[in-house]
Design a protein around this ligand. Structure first.
Ligand code: PEP
Ligand code: MN
Length: 357
């Protein structure tokens, strides 16, 4: 990796933008120039091969788009990144001096494909960004990263692009923020950036989702930008013009993790200590709750009663939701929390029913 790319790779935040797909040479060059003019972009992106959910949609311009990108790079000085899904894509991209590769969500789900890409990268010194798999499975995401590490890829980053979920939500791909946060915990040194375009699937929420990722200490953004978004050949609804992107980036607040004043450090330490205390108390209480559930389990066992009693469970939830709401806790949180506690109780009671008799 040359020094330019090395310093780009280490820059925070790193901002990547460009069209969902390279369509024509003019479109690629004009997008690149207008993005470069903003002065806020570190790197150009463009899809050359597009894995599409349904046949008949635009499947990418293919190899012939690579010289366009190389041209855009020469004209603007911006390095470029493309998505690769096969060994051939890797070879083609390398031939046209692509600086960073990314693996798309539909590829990360498939260990065969990821392994094929990894094998093609053995001995190649190029950074690779790995998008999360379409489904919320952190083992698959981590597995793809490990496959790259195993062949010797040294510079790996992660892109959070949201997860597919059944039914309509306000997002195209639900962000499920706790999942990228868990990946950050598993790979603390690794670059993690957010792709709000594929999370939102529309233009209106882009700024809020971008800001949310910044507030969660993501290291950068990949946002799709098109000179004529409404007429884009793919993902038209979510793309924005370079000028709109510039405006949006200007509105984002990049908070730093740097700690400056002594007063701030002390206040923060005190509050963190308070949180630790409360967490300890909560854990102790949950432990006590489980002990009571164990007792109920013994009682159910001795009286031949089923473990799950739906009415009782509904009663617990109703109580908790109304109490929680009065305390400013959302219904979603209460349900998720009580589901987890309930599952743990059931597994305790199962043990009692079947292991100890
Ligand atoms: C893309 O970046 O245009 C793309 C296809 O994204 P994803 O793999 O996240 O769906
Ligand atoms: Mn796209």
């Amino acid at each position: 990796m040359n020094d330019n790319i090395r310093s780009l790779w280490n820059k925070r935040p790193i901002i990547i933008s460009g069209p969902c797909s390279a369509e024509t040479e003019e479109q690629v060059l004009e997008t690149a120039q207008r993005l470069a003019t903003t002065g806020k972009i570190d790197m150009l992106r463009a899809g050359i091969w597009k894995p599409r959910t349904k046949p008949g949609m635009f499947e990418g311009i293919g190899v012939k788009g690579l010289p366009w990108l190389l041209n855009a790079k020469k004209q603007t000085g911006l390095p470029v990144t493309v998505e690769v899904a096969t060994a051939k894509h890797v070879q083609d991209a390398l031939q046209f001096d692509v600086d960073i590769l990314w693996i798309g969500a539909r590829t990360t789900v498939n260990p065969f494909s990821v392994q094929e890409v990894a094998d093609a990268l053995r001995g190649v010194d190029i950074p690779v960004l790995v998008k999360n798999p379409i489904n919320p499975d952190l083992e698959l995401w981590g597995g793809a990263i490990e496959r790259l590490q195993k062949v010797g890829v040294k510079d790996i980053g992660m892109i959070h692009r949201g997860f597919s979920s059944y039914g309509n939500t306000q997002f195209r791909n639900a962000p499920m923020w706790h999942l990228p946060i868990e990946m950050k915990r598993r790979f603390p040194e690794m670059l993690l950036i957010c792709d709000p375009s594929h999370i939102c699937g529309n233009r209106v929420m882009l700024q809020d989702v971008s800001q949310k990722s910044i507030d969660l200490d993501f290291g950068g953004l990949m946002i799709e930008s098109h000179i004529d978004p409404d007429n884009a050949w793919s993902d038209a609804k979510q793309q924005i013009t370079p000028e709109r992107l510039s405006e949006m980036l200007g509105n984002l607040v990049w908070r730093s993790e740097d700690i400056s004043s002594q007063e701030f450090i002390t206040a923060l330490a005190t509050m963190r200590e308070q949180i630790n205390h409360i967490d300890d108390e909560l854990l102790t209480l949950i432990g006590q709750r489980m002990k009571i559930a164990d007792k109920i389990g013994e009682y159910k066992r001795d009286n031949n009663v089923t473990i799950l009693q739906t009415n009782r469970w509904n009663e617990i939830l109703d109580r908790a939701v109304s109490k929680g709401e009065a305390l400013g806790l959302s219904k979603e949180f209460i349900i998720r929390y009580f589901d987890a506690v309930h599952l743990e109780s059931i597994s305790h009671q199962n043990k009692i029913m079947y292991d100890q008799k």
